[in-house]
Design a protein around this ligand. Sequence first.
Ligand SMILES: Nc1ncnc2c1ncn2[C@@H]1O[C@H](COP(=O)(O)OP(=O)(O)OP(=O)(O)O)[C@@H](O)[C@H]1O
Length: 362
Amino acid sequence: MIRLDQLSKVYGTAPDAVTVLDRLDLAVDTGRVFAVVGPSGAGKSTLAQCVTLLEKPTSGRVVVNGDDLTALGAQDLRVARRRIGTIFQQDGLFSRRTAADNVALPLQYLGVTKAETRARVAELLDRVGLADKAKHYPHQLSGGQRQRVGIARALALRPSVLLSDEATSGLDPDSTASIVRLLRELRDDLGLSILFITHEMDTVLQVADSVARLDHGRIVEQGELTALLRDPDSALGAQLRPERLALPATAGDRVWSVAYAGDVPGDWVLRLATRLDAPVALLGASVEQIDGAAIGRATLGIPQTVDEAGVDAALRELGLAVRGAAIPASAAAASAAADDAAAAASDIRDSDDLPELIGARP
Ligand SMILES: Nc1ncnc2c1ncn2[C@@H]1O[C@H](COP(=O)(O)OP(=O)(O)OP(=O)(O)O)[C@@H](O)[C@H]1O
């Protein structure tokens, strides 16, 4: 696990001192994804630099598995840093090295034997779903695949913490979804603590267990994602749930309008995609409290090639009620459907279906 205790970073000296991080406290437990969001200039990049001690915090502690990294000398710090794998927006791959050679780099640096390196690189590339791309050079890979190679390299030294700084920014939605899926697998299979820094609210919805909002160097709100979404008084929750269902579906998708009450799994979109083995686009979502129950609504884009009855069954298994017919999408029909869904969603309070929706659980 990783914990930040009263972490501060001040640039310059008085009277020109600028406090960029102001006494941050947060903890990412083992096997959890903790997202930090915030507007431009909030201090997110500085936070990433301070967590890895590439920038020395002015005060406070960075504690990984009980050890305070800020108290270590240069030599010990170099070793301790291996516990934190890092992935950034720029994949940082060496263009003249193959995917396998890029992943091998940290192991070669530490003098691991060739045979061991070969075996570990094969295992890592397999882990990120790129076993068949070992000999490809970065320019022969997609953005999402390059980012996966970067993740494999970050895992080479078996870190217990993964720091992701805008790692999905600039990727297309499918690549983002595949990286999100991978991070969640790593969290579950390897028990990694993942600190996920981003400005993308919709990605947070897909990946995070907990979220903190950073503003002017301070954490202004933090909590469990589901609790924030269900809390009508939470400003962060309000930011995380789009009030309007606005995103257009891709042509070739069918638009599904669904609703749920209470206890659906926090990662139901991902579970649905996994169950259907198809991309699921979350076009819009919102949750509100009605009579003490959390009522959620969402509009999804799912490829028309996926069997409708199968989608219907998978949604119901997850505790989601299908609201009305799934609408095949030309792009125009899809956006009209999203508008209809938005209108229907705003009327949900008066809906005769409400008791049924509240009871809509497996
Ligand atoms: N070396 C420095 N000296 C002085 N101020 C700095 C320095 N580095 C960053 N800052 C200031 O710290 C603040 C936070 O910057 P930072 O890059 O961490 O924000 P951010 O949240 O990552 O923003 P963005 O999303 O735009 O990348 C900014 O106001 C920036 O001007």
